[in-house]
Design a protein around this ligand. Structure first.
Ligand SMILES: NC(=[NH2+])NCCC[C@H](N)C(=O)O
Ligand SMILES: [Mn+2]
Ligand SMILES: [Mn+2]
Length: 299
């Protein structure tokens, strides 16, 4: 992995209903992420947080998505910033913020790759479309948007679409899929390791198979890690917790294997909400997973 990292906070909270997720980047910084990465001899440039102006909550009259225009505008800003970071040759490490930020991050990153792979580590698939979304919350649709299946105003962020191909995606950790998402996964044949698959195969096999699946057909892999992939007993500070999740130790193993593969070219850690957390535990776990992804060993 590269020795230069760019850290960028995206305090996005318009993709769901809990405001506290805007404090996620700050909480992960307080957990010491910058210092820990420097101890691992990375040169870290901290670009601070993207400015997110708070807007009056809105619901689009036609498609029922919440805060559509605001998220579309912010995604453009995020995409440009991340694009600049990738151009500079540094590793983009973004901290969230709700998962709707992945509309902007992947828009900025994927432009630089022919075939960007994406590992979506999440209790959810975030593959709803405006038609299938049960909530109208845009954090439930970013992966579909990146496939070009979202709303026009989101699909066209950074002036190209689609951002990624269905065969370059691996989903890991799912246990709460809406009916429309299940249909889409089957229709598109998206590689998916639900919690049942993780229990059957073990995390080592899941990650080894994921790497084997993506390795030859992609020229970079983005890790999009939603902290709600982990079990809420270990990461309670998330807005949409789902029981029966991945343990911290399995997650750490996953990060270790991804680190050793040397294939990860960008990463984001999202959905940390300190107002729903206990003693900053969720941010601390995010920080620990980040350090393992960047090569930290226990001995
Ligand atoms: N990034 C997340 N935590 N997404 C949760 C999505 C929940 C649900 N599937 C929805 O569309 O509303
Ligand atoms: Mn999730
Ligand atoms: Mn998510």
């Amino acid at each position: 992995m590269q020795k230069r990292i760019s850290l960028l906070g995206v305090p996005m909270n318009l993709g769901q209903i809990y405001k506290g997720v805007a404090l996620g980047p700050t909480a992960i910084r307080y957990a010491g992420v910058l210092e820990r990465l420097e101890e691992l001899h990375y040169h870290v440039t901290d670009y601070g947080d993207i400015e997110i102006k708070q807007v009056a909550p809105s619901i689009d009259e036609v498609c029922r998505l919440r805060n559509l225009d605001a998220i579309s505008n912010i995604s453009e800003v995020v995409a440009s910033k991340v694009d600049t970071i990738v151009k500079s040759g540094e590793f983009p490490l973004t901290l969230g913020g709700d998962h709707s930020m992945a509309i902007g991050t992947i828009a900025g990153i994927s432009k630089h790759f022919e075939n960007l792979g994406v590992i979506w580590f999440d209790a959810h698939a975030d593959l709803n479309t405006p038609e299938t979304s049960p909530s109208g919350n845009i954090h439930g649709i970013p992966l579909a948007v990146n496939l070009g299946l979202g709303h026009e105003k989101l699909n066209t962020v950074h002036a190209y679409s689609p951002k990624i191909k269905q065969e370059n995606i691996v989903l890991i950790g799912q246990r709460d899929l809406d009916p429309g998402e299940k249909e889409l996964i089957k229709k598109l044949g998206i590689k998916t390791y639900t919690m049942q698959d993780i229990d059957q195969l073990g995390m080592r096999t899941v990650i080894e198979e994921s790497i084997a699946y993506l390795k030859d057909k992609t020229d970079g892999i983005h890790l999009s890690l939603d902290l709600d992939a982990l079990d809420p007993s270990e990461t309670p500070g998330v807005g949409t917790p789902v029981e029966g999740g991945i343990s911290f130790r399995e997650s750490r193993l996953a990060m270790e294997l991804l680190s050793e593969s040397g294939l990860i070219t960008s990463a984001e850690f999202v959905e940390v909400n300190p107002l729903l957390d206990q003693r900053n535990r969720t941010a601390i776990i995010a920080m620990q997973l980040i350090t393992v992804l960047f090569g930290k060993k226990l001995l």
